[in-house]
Design a binder for this molecule. Structure first.
Ligand code: AQP
Length: 332
């Protein structure tokens, strides 16, 4: 079975619909035919300041949400990044084969550092894509399921893998991004040309999976649309309505154009009301399952320990090859 790998940051109390539809849903779907490694990337989280107590809690909440949405520890190694030291170790080697200018071109760094002023951004935020390359390459995966915003980082990962393979010896597999076109980018409800984002969206623009379902329903009913009052799927001309149709489609398995046709001669209010019901039906059991999982920390710890042991075994082997190939003396 081909391997897949992906990660998510524990930087919020809840994942949002962008995370879920852009990436996490694919994590669950890929389990049948693949060998997955899925991780909560706490080391990425600290590239911006975190409260230690909150970070620890969010790491558990992240793991619980993943299990609640269907990540199955029998088929997937689910682990916390800092539990597998090989990630940081390989990142150092990759740092040393990355050109400064190459790292500088990463648009996510430009966006995120611009918010705090480039001079104040951490060096960790700057080298984040290189740690991400290490996360991926250690497992030699075929695919990396992510949202569109990660495409550039995946390109860097492939460049670094190719460079290492040519400079030393073939060690890494060049991974392919696994990005589903229809849900590659979910937009902010209040600003439907910007991505739904933990750090950039206003609370009204983002639907959290663990929000009170009544609050999520209200946010959908207040989503920004346009003044045309015609329900149609046209992302360029009607980004707000199309985003709602994309979410509706992803949760029901019906096409966005087909859904739009149901609303012929009706207004946006009807579409929003029905979508709100669909979202409430989806998040209500997910919330309950997450809470039940969070109530048994020992069981969560056990899942994560098992995942780290399985991941660590694979990662250590790759790291040993890398250390050997760059010329490090083997410890006796
Ligand atoms: N709006 C989105 N549409 C589709 N996919 C998305 N992803 C994030 N936002 C959207 C995907 O979610 C996965 C987890 O990403 P992450 O842990 O790196 O989270 P993130 O990028 O920090 O999440 P945000 O909300 O985008 O936070 P900001 O804006 O603060 O960085 C990834 O696969 C990502 O593509």
């Amino acid at each position: 079975r081909p391997r897949v790998l992906s990660g998510i940051q524990p930087t919020a109390d809840s994942f949002h619909f962008g995370n879920y539809l852009g990436a996490l849903r694919q994590w669950v779907a890929l389990q049948d035919e693949h060998e997955p490694f899925y991780m909560v990337v706490d080391q990425h989280a600290i590239t911006v300041e975190q409260d230690p107590k909150v970070l620890r809690e969010r790491t558990y909440r992240s793991a619980a949400q993943l299990l609640a949405m269907g990540v199955d520890p029998a088929r997937s190694a689910l682990f916390v990044q800092s539990h597998v030291p090989a990630h940081a170790q390989l990142a150092w080697v990759l740092n040393c084969i990355t050109a400064f200018g190459e790292a500088r071109r990463m648009t996510q760094f430009k966006d995120k550092s611009a918010r705090q002023g480039e001079g104040a951004a951490s060096v960790g935020l700057f080298t984040y894509p290189i740690l991400q390359a290490a996360d991926i390459l250690l497992y030699r995966p075929a695919y990396v399921p992510v949202g569109e915003d990660q495409r550039q980082h995946l390109e860097l990962t492939r460049d670094l893998a190719h460079r290492f393979n040519t400079r030393f010896k073939k060690t890494f597999r060049l991974p392919e991004p696994y990005i589903l076109e229809a849900t590659a980018k979910i937009y902010d409800l209040q600003n439907p040309t910007a991505k739904m984002s933990k750090s950039a969206s206003s609370p009204a623009g983002i639907i959290d999976l663990l929000d009170d379902p009544k609050v999520s329903a209200k946010k959908i009913r207040s989503a920004v649309t346009d003044s045309e009052a015609v329900v149609a799927y046209d992302p360029a001309a009607k980004p707000g309505v199309s985003n709602l149709l994309t979410i509706f489609s992803a949760l029901t398995g019906r096409g966005p154009v087909e859904i739009a046709a149901d609303y012929e001669g009706r207004g946006y209010g009807d579409l929003k009301g029905d979508l709100a019901d669909v979202v409430v039906d989806f998040v209500t059991p997910l919330r309950d399952r997450t809470q039940a999982l969070l109530d048994d920390r020992a069981a969560l710890d056990a899942v994560l320990a098992d995942g780290a042991a399985r991941a660590g075994e694979v990662a250590e082997r790759t790291l040993a090859d890398v250390y050997d190939r760059v010329g490090f003396v083997r410890p006796v």
